[in-house]
Design a protein around this ligand. Structure first.
Ligand code: PRP
Ligand code: URA
Length: 214
């Protein structure tokens, strides 16, 4: 599949995103810097991903006159991180849209099967009307993202975007096939998965690097 020609798949080529991802990959990058970089990349990706957020005209008094001017209406955005690592991207998106509601989906990958196990789901209610940004830095086999989006759709979510920092071709294909209506934003499309379903070259375990565990 040539992802660069697929509708609903955006693979960023912006030098700022590429540079920051290179710093993330470096095993010498410590937790503090890693967290900051994840937040900044989320903000840069979010700027593009939210370019179609609906606006409505509101009346504003400038020092010169009264005008009708576009504003993002209150109940338009929900951010849904996949725990844990997706949490690291939330602050970057909230910096762009501070009024967004935040839901959470808890998933971990079984170490043997690499299949996702859901342990938590709390979403803003109602969610039907909102643009929903699901965040997870890593799209590896795609199992976690597919299941998380299944859940969101079961709760009524319709307009869904998935933002990740690094994707493996296997995961991107699986997610795009399972949810072709979801707009997928990828910071870097890496080479492949290894036998442990880690992304190569990747950046290691994103959750552990963000939270300083292990
Ligand atoms: C990582 C990552 C994704 C998932 C990706 O989470 O943050 O959620 O793996 O893998 P997949 O595409 O093969 O499903 P992990 O299970 O390590 O949990 P954590 O974020 O709590 O560390
Ligand atoms: N989850 C991670 O955190 N890293 C990978 O490379 C794959 C899954």
């Amino acid at each position: 599949m040539n992802f660069r020609e697929e509708e609903n798949v955006v693979i960023f080529e912006h030098p700022l995103i590429q540079h920051k991802i290179s710093l993330l990959r470096d095993k010498h990058t410590g937790t503090n810097e890693f967290r900051k970089l994840v937040e900044e990349i989320a903000m840069l990706e979010g700027y593009e991903a939210l370019s179609d957020l609906p606006t409505e005209l509101q009346e504003v008094d400038t020092p010169i006159e009264t005008c009708m001017t576009p504003m993002i209406a209150g109940r338009k955005l929900a951010i849904v991180p996949i725990l844990r690592a997706g949490l690291g991207m939330v602050s970057g998106l909230l910096a762009l849209v501070p009024s967004a509601k935040v839901g959470h989906i808890g998933m971990y990958r079984d170490e043997e099967t690499h299949e996702p196990v859901e342990y938590y789901c709390k979403l803003p209610n109602p969610i039907e009307e909102r643009t929903i940004c699901v965040t997870d830095p890593m799209l590896a086999t795609g199992g976690s993202a597919v299941d998380a989006i299944d859940q969101i759709k079961k709760h009524g979510g319709k307009k869904i975007k998935f933002l990740c920092i690094i994707a493996a071709p296997e995961g991107l294909e699986r997610l795009h096939k399972a949810h072709p209506d979801v707009q997928i934003y990828v910071g870097s499309l890496d080479r492949q998965l290894n036998k442990d379903a880690y992304i190569c070259p990747g950046l290691g375990d994103a959750g552990d690097r963000i939270f300083g565990t292990k």
